[in-house]
Design a protein around this ligand. Structure first.
Ligand code: ZN
Length: 190
């Protein structure tokens, strides 16, 4: 079953299903052998169904899967730094209202809204497509680092959205994504 599935992030076919629920001894054994991944007791509507043994990303099961870039209505991106909360940013780009909202710092030391024109909104979606944002895995984690930098993005399609995030680990298009946000908002996002 899993030999037809390839990782959306690195293209590897070393992909295993994620099994949810209280694991039996046999499932634990399989997990130790790298044949399955244990997902914990709780399964949610958008819990990932597959994991890649090579790059560690997990995906599948999103309600939004099959959605297209033209259907993106808004993007919300957050970045949080353990060392300096004044650098924490939450930015929302509303492609219907054509508006950027920026909130930075624990006490919103920097907070503004600005309009974008329809042509920029269209170009923004084009760049999201080039960055393969909808193909990013759901989680990127570096368990070797305890604090550091957390990030998340929420891609809104109207009634549903998909959330991706990570901790001290990023998809390879992350730098390009940060530049895109900076171009639209006019402030560094990193
Ligand atoms: Zn992979």
């Amino acid at each position: 079953m899993s030999d037809k599935i390839v990782c959306p992030e690195c293209g590897s076919n070393n992909v295993v299903p994620i099994v949810y629920g209280l694991p039996t001894w046999e499932l634990r054994q399989k997990a130790e052998e790298g044949k399955i991944r244990l997902g914990g007791c709780c399964i949610y509507e958008n819990s990932p169904r597959f994991a890649c043994n090579d790059c560690n990303c997990a995906w599948g099961g999103e309600k939004s899967s099959g959605k297209k870039y033209e259907e993106i209505r808004r993007i919300k991106a957050s970045i949080g730094h353990h060392c300096d909360s004044s650098l924490n940013v939450c930015v929302e780009i509303d492609l219907i209202a054509c508006r950027v909202s920026w909130n930075q710092g624990l006490y919103k030391q920097v907070s503004f809204e600005k309009p974008i024109d329809a042509a920029s909104a269209k170009k923004f979606i084009e760049r999201l497509r080039q960055l393969r944002v909808l193909n990013w895995g759901q989680r990127y984690d570096n368990p070797g680092v305890l604090d550091g930098t957390q990030w998340s993005i929420e891609v809104g399609f109207g009634e549903v959205c998909t959330v991706k995030g990570g901790s001290n680990a990023y998809p390879k298009e992350w730098d390009g994504f940060c530049r895109l946000i900076q171009d639209v908002a006019g402030r560094p996002f990193k």
